[in-house]
Design a protein. Structure first.
Length: 216
C-alpha cells in the first residue's frame, strides 16, 4: 500500500490485524482463570479500538481535524501517514515509519511479547508442580505478565495514538494493578511465608537496577 493514499474504510484489515495480534497474545498468555480472561479481554478491546482507527474510521483525526488543519495547513488528513500523530505533532519530516518513536514502538512490542512468552513458560511449570513462580522473569518482578501487556500497549501508543486508546491506557493500568493485588492475596493465602519472603525481596512491577533478585 502506498502510505500517501487514503487508507481508511479497510475493515478487512481491521479484522485481520486485530485477529493476528489477539491470537498472538493468546498463544503466549493462554488465559485460564477469570482473572486471566479479564486481563486478556481488556488487552483485546484496546487492540480492536486501535485498529478500528488505524484502518477503519479515524475518529481521532476527525475530532481533531479543525485544530490540525489550522496548526498544519496543507496536511492531508485522510492519508495513512497523518495517523502517525506523534510524527505530525513533533514536526518530523519523511516517512514516519522510520521515526525514532516508531522504531521505539517495535522495541516495546518485541520485548513485551518476549516477556509475555517467557513468563508464561515459567508460570506454567510452576503451576503444574503447585509451586510459586520465582525464576526467570519472576526473579526480577512479581508480575511480569502484567508488565508485558503494559509494554505492548505502550508500543502501540507510540506507533499510533488515538483519543480512545489514550483514555483506555490509564484505566487498564489501574485494572492490572488491582488484578495484581488480588493475585497476591491468593498467593499469600496459598503459600504463606514462602510468598511473603518472595514479595519482600522482589519488586512488584519495576525491577531493581542493582541486579537480579535472588530466586530463592
Amino acid at each position: 500500500m502506498n502510505h500517501g493514499e487514503t487508507a481508511y474504510g479497510l475493515w478487512s484489515l481491521v479484522a485481520l490485524n486485530s485477529a493476528v495480534f489477539i491470537l498472538f497474545a493468546f498463544s503466549f498468555f493462554k488465559p485460564a482463570t477469570a482473572r486471566d480472561w479479564r486481563t486478556f479481554g481488556a488487552f483485546s478491546a484496546f487492540v480492536v479500538a486501535l485498529f478500528v482507527e488505524m484502518y477503519g474510521f479515524p475518529l481521532t483525526i476527525y475530532l481533531m481535524s479543525g485544530w490540525l488543519a489550522t496548526r498544519f495547513p496543507g496536511l492531508d488528513l485522510l492519508t495513512h501517514d497523518s495517523g502517525h500523530l506523534w510524527s505530525t505533532l513533533l514536526g518530523e519530516t519523511g516517512d514516519p515509519h522510520f521515526g525514532v518513536l516508531h522504531i521505539a514502538s517495535y522495541v516495546f512490542l518485541g520485548y513485551g511479547f518476549y516477556l509475555l512468552s517467557s513468563s508464561w513458560h515459567v508460570l506454567y511449570h510452576a503451576q503444574r508442580g503447585h509451586l510459586l513462580a520465582t525464576t526467570g522473569p519472576y526473579a526480577r518482578i512479581r508480575h511480569p505478565q502484567y508488565v508485558a501487556f503494559v509494554l505492548i500497549l505502550l508500543g502501540f501508543l507510540l506507533q499510533w495514538p488515538t483519543l480512545l486508546t489514550l483514555l483506555m491506557f490509564p484505566v487498564l493500568l489501574v485494572m492490572y494493578g488491582r488484578l495484581a493485588l488480588s493475585e497476591e492475596s491468593e498467593m499469600r493465602a496459598q503459600f504463606g511465608e514462602t510468598f511473603q519472603n518472595y514479595a519482600e525481596r522482589t519488586p512488584r512491577f519495576i525491577p531493581r537496577l542493582s541486579g537480579a533478585a535472588p530466586a530463592g
